[in-house]
Structures are given as C-alpha cells and as structure tokens.
Ligand binder design. Structure first.
Ligand code: SF4
Length: 226
C-alpha cells in the first residue's frame, strides 16, 4: 500500500484488547491540564517524509503525549528532547512538536514505533509487540528503497526491528545486542544505529545527554549522505 492507505489501516486497528481499552480510557478521562482537548485515542501512524533516508523507531505512544496529539513524540517530554535534537541536527523544521497541525516537518526522516497504541506504564507486552509487528514491517517496506539509516531508540524497539526487517535483508547472526552507539551494517547501503531511549528517566538521570543524542543523529545523517 502507499503511505495514506497504510496510515488508514494503522489508525483503524483494534487487534490488542488491553491496549484498545487503555488508549480509549485515557482519552475519555484525560489529564486535567488537557481537559479542553480532544484526545486522539487511537493507534498513532508514522510521521515524516514518505521516502525517508532515516527511520527512527521508538517504543510506543505515551498516554498523554502521542495518544493525545496523534503524532509520534508529540506533546510529551520525550518528544521535546527528541525534536530539539532533530532540529539541531537539521532533521526537523521546528525545535518543538505540539500537535498534528503545528506546521512542523521532519526532513529526510520518518518516525515509526514498535507498538502504535499507548500501553499502561509505557510497557507493552511481548505479545503486543508481535501483534503490532506487521505495521512496522509495512513502514519499513515503504521506506526501504530510500532508506539508509535506522535509528532505534531503546531496547524494546531494537527487539522489534530484527523480525520486522527479516523479509527485507539477511539478518546478522547472532543478532546484535542493543547498546547506545552500537552500529550494525544491514547491507552495503543501510545501517542500524542504537540509541538510548529519550525517556524522561534516561534524560533526567543523565544516562542520555543531548550531546549523546546529537552524536547518534549526526552520525546517522552523515552515513545517509545528508
Ligand atoms: Fe493494532 Fe498495534 Fe494498536 Fe495492537 S498496538 S491495536 S496491533 S495498532
């Protein structure tokens, strides 16, 4: 399918009962600060250019971030950190992403995720990851002809990536372990870059600093010839 057909398929998905219930319950109850807003409350499709050189693979929407705004990494602290870095490294038009109609754009880049619906405690199960895998497969298939770099944020996305690309390229054996700064060659054109997740926990503890994030994005960008 093309990107708009894929988006429609993702947004209409109800395959995980626990996540459907949670995303809709959060959307109905809301956080007080957002009481006047209509929550998205559905699966969050990919965001960015249709033929990306760089694909960013995250974990899952947050309850009051992407589950509220309908755009990956938009409207929460993880997103604030990531979009600031994407802007610094020339991969986003604006340094902050607040809503689907804020005018921000990714440049040469597309965002995807291991799981598309907000999970309780930001923790999807392995079964939910497997159920959502076909959407990641299709995102990667659409991106594949132009794709040069996959930046994976965190170990959960790292686990999802390998089965998702298994139909596109021979997998490395053994499968590489996740690590910040880990680089894996998929073929002569494409590389995977591991990066700690931009979660508040990682950022607040200094496990992931802005300069560490910038370095991964800059390395991926340079590899992609941008
Ligand atoms: Fe569908 Fe993925 Fe949401 Fe499960 S997590 S309901 S597979 S979009």
């Amino acid at each position: 399918p093309d990107a708009s057909a894929l988006e429609a398929g993702i947004v209409g998905c109800r395959a995980c009962p626990r996540l459907v219930a949670w995303r809709e319950e959060v959307a109905a109850s809301k956080r007080r600060a957002y009481a006047d807003q209509t929550y998205w409350g559905r699966p969050v499709p990919g965001f960015g250019v249709e033929h990306p050189a760089i694909m960013i693979v995250g974990l899952a929407p947050s309850a009051h971030g992407a589950n509220r705004t309908g755009r990956n990494f938009t409207g929460d602290r993880s997103g604030d950190v990531l979009f600031a870095a994407l802007h610094r490294t020339g991969l986003a038009k604006l340094p902050i992403s607040v809503s689907r109609d804020d005018g921000n754009q990714l440049l040469h880049t597309r965002m995807s995720a291991a799981v598309r619906c907000a999970p309780p405690d930001n923790k999807p199960t392995a079964a939910e990851r497997d159920t959502c895998l076909p959407w990641l497969v299709r995102d990667l298939e659409l991106a594949w002809p132009s794709l040069r770099a996959v930046v994976v944020l965190g170990g959960f996305g790292w686990q999802a990536l390998w089965p998702a690309i298994a139909g596109l390229v021979p997998l490395p054996t053994p499968l590489p372990r996740f690590g910040h700064g880990t680089v894996v060659d998929l073929d002569e054109r494409r590389r995977v870059f591991g990066c700690f997740h931009v979660s508040p926990q990682n950022v607040n503890t200094g496990r992931l600093t802005p300069s560490m994030l910038d370095e991964v994005l800059t390395t991926a960008r340079t590899w992609a010839g941008l």
